[in-house]
Design a protein. Structure first.
Length: 224
């Protein structure tokens, strides 16, 4: 799974690395992103790639309330085309969730060591994601935007840390993934399976990241 991640780039740096036509939000650093928080994602609206903030934890449009999002921070790539919570978004509402790294915990229960994971070149990257909008029937003007990170079976190297890993897309597949007119589900599934980064760099970091209240650059500093 993917339950915590990091994003610290400026808007200018994000524009240099991702296909952003318009930014609809402010960009601030977060060294310990936790579920339900607002996170940066790119979606395609009317042919324009827009950077905006979405709550982490997908709330399907048919949900009675937003509490379901607490259980929807991840979506398994193997089943998103069939699962009622994700299948409509997989067809029409795909996004790029921007990050500089993520955390995973290694070891036995009670002695787990947090690991910070990045790409070997340390460049920012994009998780494959899905997004939705939701509103109360009694308040149609209030829109809750949410998203989920897609996960897959861990690569051979990453499996030493965890059996699942987030889907990190190769940059040449950003546009076909974002395109809402792309309804070729087999091609989309192929992207999630074969056009992703599997070689990742990991290092142990302080257990302060166990608490989301710790949010500063020291969270990603390697420890001996």
């Amino acid at each position: 799974m993917c339950g915590r991640f990091v994003g610290f780039r400026s808007l200018e740096e994000l524009k240099e690395n991702f296909p952003i036509d318009k930014a609809d939000c402010e960009v601030t650093a977060n060294y310990n992103v936790a579920p339900s928080q607002e996170i940066l994602a790119i979606i395609n609206m009317a042919g324009e790639n827009r950077l905006d903030k979405f709550h982490w934890g997908l709330v399907p449009f048919w949900s009675k309330d937003i509490s379901i999002g607490n259980r929807m921070i991840n979506a398994r790539s193997e089943t998103i085309a069939e699962k009622p919570s994700f299948r409509n978004a997989f067809k029409k509402r795909r996004c790029l969730i921007l990050a500089d790294g993520f955390y995973e915990w290694k070891g036995e229960k009670g002695h787990k060591q947090p690991m910070f994971i990045t790409l070997p070149d340390r460049k920012p990257f994009a998780f494959a994601g899905l997004w939705e909008t939701w509103n109360k029937k009694s308040d149609s003007a209030s829109i809750y935007k949410s998203c989920t990170i897609i996960t897959t079976q861990a690569s051979e190297t990453f499996s030493k840390i965890h059996h699942r890993m987030p889907v990190i897309l190769k940059s040449e597949f950003y546009e076909p993934w974002l395109d809402p007119q792309n309804h070729d589900l087999d091609a989309l599934k192929n992207i999630l399976k074969n056009e992703i980064h599997t070689e990742l760099l990991s290092c142990p970091v302080s257990k302060q990241v166990n608490s989301a209240s710790h949010n500063n650059p020291s969270c990603i500093e390697p420890i001996a």
